[in-house]
Every structure is written in C-alpha cells, then in structure tokens.
Design a protein around this ligand. Structure first.
Ligand SMILES: [Zn+2]
Length: 362
C-alpha cells in the first residue's frame, strides 16, 4: 500500500540565501498575480482562459519583459499557473471564493519539482542557489514527489512530499479504546489515562497574552511596535512547535499500541457557534490530530473509527446508558441522575466512544 506524507524541515540559510529565497517567493507571487490579472482580462473579453494557456503566453514573453525572473528556479514561475488553475477549479466547484491576488508577506512560498532538487543528509540543493543547510535530516523514506519552500515568521522551511510504501504491522494487543480530545487537557483515554498539555506551553501562552496586551499599547508605525510584533510571531511559532510535538507523540503512542481507536467527529458548525470551545479545539489541533491518526494507523496497522457526530458521547452515562440531557459544558463531572454514578466528564466520553461499535451493532 502507498501513502503520501510530507516532512517540514526548517532551513538554515545564510543572508545571501535568505535573500534568494525571498526573491523566488516574489517570482512565484508575481507570476500568480500576472496570471490572475490576465485571466480576468481574457474572461472579460469573452475568452476562456486556462492555467496552461496562460503559462504558454507567459513563457513567450518572460525573458524579454521580466528578465529578473530567470534568476530564480524555473518552478517558482511555472508552478504558479497550475496553482491558479487549481484555485479556479476550487472556485468553479464552490469549494472556495474567487481567487485573489497574493500579497507580499502572506503565505510566501515557492514550489520545486522532484527532478529539480537533491537532498543529502542535512542539506538540500535548490537550483540556481546551491546547497542550503537543513536543521534536521529528512526522517521519511520513499519516492520524493516535490518540495515547497515557505516562510513563517522570520524562519524558512521546506516541506518535502513523498510517496511511501508501507506494510502494516500487526498489533498484538487487540483492544478497543475511545479517545476524547479535551479542553482542559490534551486527551482522555477510555483506559483511564489522561494526556496533559505541557507546562511550558501554558507558560508560553500566558507570556503571549502579556505580549499581545503590551503590543496593543504601542504606537502605530513605531519601531517598538515592529519589535513587539516580531516577538509575538516568534512566540506563536514556538507554541505551534510544542503543540505539534505533543500531537505527534500522542498519535504515535495511540496508533502503535491499540488496535481500534474510536474518536469523535467534531461538528465544526456547532463548534464555531461556541467561540470559546472553538478556540480550544483549534488550539489543540483536532484536525492535525485526525490527520496524523489516519496516516499513522496505516503505518502501524491499527484501525480508526470516527464516531457519528450525533453520537452522544458526552451526555450518555457510560455505566447505565442513560442520557443526561442537563449536562452543560461547564460540568466537569458527569453525574448520572439514573444510576447516580459520578465520573470525570472526559473519561465518561472516552469510555462511551470505546463502546461505540458495540452500541451501533446492537
Ligand atoms: Zn448511569
């Protein structure tokens, strides 16, 4: 079986290389915006533009009109037309809004096809620039598909996509567990285990709050404001790294040690109606959790079951099955009015999830 995975690695470029990367992002943005403007123009004059057609037109004039583009890797300009076509396809199918022009500093990135770069231990060779150091080596093996270089805060990253051939491992322990993703902690498992967030993370979140408060007091356009802004974005980045690391460890542990893992399908619309809960869910990275569980279960041979969104995992008593309609979000302890059991709210939900298949079969 083949699965596609990607590994995002921080780059360690020198100043000259950083400038080069920024210029390649600029080329990618420029080409995309050129294509979009041209698309609109052609459409208004009654033509039916395509990404491929625009690319041909661009290639015919680029050397004469935009010679500076040739200093960046080829794909920095050529891929933009495929991206533009994808953006329009998404728009036509109602999956997203009308494509908009790219802005400098927003999602700066450029693409490199697999025949255009090389990876050697902790280095990557990018066309027209040469070798750039990587902060860690590629930890996946398989057929390399492509790379995408991007900037986040003041750091550079390369995300390498691979296709991996995997043979699921047989898990000895044939158990079923339910996992409830929490607000107060990262997750509760039906076997009684609770996975906490980290203290370092809580400290950083408090620090972030303070920084954001002092930022709001700085004067617009001042040097101090810029400095605060950079501090905030660096801290955001560190927080994201810690969260990802936690999710990574949790998903490996779960998919490696249990044969069936039942998780909730969070009702996104319902979540967004409750702002506080929405924030907690997005902070805890539910989507990242689900994504990792899905691919790791393939690697480790475990099985993921996503409970129907209407399954009352929180309101059902895991001991007698009675539904407690009066349970509110602030109740941390589940008290069953029918059998008078009391149990931690999240543990109760996790146990209900572990019984999901049985209940559905009954
Ligand atoms: Zn009960």
């Amino acid at each position: 079986m083949n699965i596609n995975l990607s590994h995002k690695i921080e780059l360690n470029p020198n100043n000259k290389q950083s400038n080069f990367l920024a210029r390649a992002c600029g080329v990618s943005r420029f080409t995309y915006n050129w294509g979009l403007a041209e698309w609109k123009k052609q459409y208004e004059s009654g033509l039916k533009p395509t990404g491929f057609g625009l690319k041909k037109e661009f290639n015919a004039v680029k050397k004469d009109l935009f010679p500076w583009i040739m200093e960046s890797p080829r794909d920095a300009n050529s891929q933009s037309f495929a991206d533009l076509q994808t953006a329009f396809n998404n728009f036509f199918k109602g999956r997203s809004g009308y494509p908009v022009f790219k802005k400098k500093g927003c999602n700066d990135s450029f693409y490199i096809a697999n025949d255009q770069f090389k990876i050697d231990c902790k280095k990557i060779r990018i066309p027209k620039i040469g070798w750039i150091r990587l902060k860690e080596s590629l930890n996946l093996s398989g057929k390399i598909l492509s790379a995408s270089v991007s900037r986040s805060a003041d750091k550079w990253f390369v995300s390498i996509s691979l296709s991996m051939e995997i043979t699921p491992v047989k898990i000895e322990n044939q158990d079923i567990i339910g996992v409830d993703l929490g607000i107060k902690h990262l997750a509760a498992v039906s076997n009684g285990e609770k996975i906490e967030g980290s203290r370092a993370l809580k400290r950083m979140e408090k620090k972030l709050k303070r920084l954001q408060q002092s930022f709001s007091k700085t004067q617009k356009g001042s040097k101090n404001r810029e400095k605060q802004k950079r501090k905030i974005s660096r801290l955001h980045y560190r927080i994201r790294c810690i969260r990802l690391d936690l999710i990574n460890k949790l998903t490996t542990k779960l998919s490696k040690n249990h044969s069936v893992i039942v998780i909730e399908d969070l009702n996104v619309k319902g979540m967004m109606a409750n702002h506080k809960l929405a924030k907690a869910i997005s902070d805890m990275g539910f989507y990242e959790f689900k994504r990792q569980m899905e691919y790791k279960s393939k690697i480790f041979g475990s099985h993921i079951i996503i409970a129907d969104r209407w399954f009352p995992s929180s309101k059902r008593c895991s001991i007698c099955g009675n539904i407690n309609k009066d349970l509110t979000l602030s109740d941390r302890i589940f008290k069953c009015p029918s059998c008078s059991s009391t149990i931690d709210r999240d543990l109760n939900a996790a146990i209900n999830l572990s019984q999901y298949q049985q209940l559905m079969a009954a």
